[in-house]
Write a protein that binds this ligand. Structure first.
Ligand code: FMN
Length: 206
């Protein structure tokens, strides 16, 4: 089993990465592999609602969203990590995930997910809430820890010194591993995924 993580920071070796690495190390101890997908500092397009999503993914092919969707199809769980920017997740992770979920939502369905927010001081819980919204609309069980998933640090290297934050990451990974193993056992024992296909979509004028 494998967990796919997304680092929403442009810094591949920053504090968000340190938090995700702590999750990853603990997952490995639990016998689960992981990959941290680095968004880096390249431009990321926002969703323009063009309606051109297809089985190939997003119509825009000049960034990494479709590669991430392809990896998501093979993954069994997800962790989305973001630095806090002005009390919200980084703009780049929101643009990226809007398109990944709109064009490739089936890749995430019924798989456990967790979000992690990393900040110098403020806005962590708002960012955490914001990222958790993706799970709530995609039928993804949300994995929790012994505190909300937040780690504190300003410059790279500081996150590792947030001992409670790191402990929260370890416990998050243990809980995710436990949930994934339970789901795997259920699948092997013939417990089918729920049939939730009968969805009627309405808006407020119809
Ligand atoms: C544009 C920008 C906005 C930021 N806004 C906040 C903020 O609202 N609250 C906060 O605590 N830290 C804020 N920070 C600090 C980062 O969240 C913090 O340095 C974090 O550790 C960066 O993670 P990274 O090393 O993974 O990029 C901001 C940083 C930047 C560059």
């Amino acid at each position: 089993m494998k967990v796919l993580m997304l680092n929403g920071s442009p810094k591949a070796n920053g504090n968000t990465n340190a938090a995700l690495l702590e999750v990853g190390r603990t997952l490995e101890n639990e016998g689960i592999s992981y990959e941290i997908f680095q968004m880096g500092g390249k431009p990321v397009r926002d969703c323009i609602g063009c309606g051109q999503c297809s089985e190939k993914g997003c119509a825009f092919t000049d960034d990494d969203v479709n590669e991430f969707i392809a990896k998501a199809k093979e993954a069994d769980g997800f962790v989305f990590g973001t630095p806090v920017y002005y009390a919200h997740p980084s703009g780049r992770i929101l643009s990226f995930l809007d398109r990944a979920f709109y064009a490739g939502g089936a890749a995430f369905r019924f798989k456990p997910g967790a979000s992690v927010a990393v900040a110098r001081r403020g806005g962590s819980s708002a960012s955490f809430d914001c990222l958790n919204k993706y799970f709530g609309i995609a039928q993804m069980p949300v994995v929790s820890s012994t505190y909300w998933n937040m780690v504190y640090g300003r410059v790279p290297g500081e996150a590792e010194q947030d001992l409670e934050g790191m402990q929260t990451m370890q416990n998050l990974a243990k809980n995710m591993a436990w949930m994934m193993k339970c789901f795997e056992l259920g699948r092997k024992n013939g417990i089918a995924l729920p049939d939730t296909s009968a969805v009627v979509r309405t808006d407020f004028i119809r």
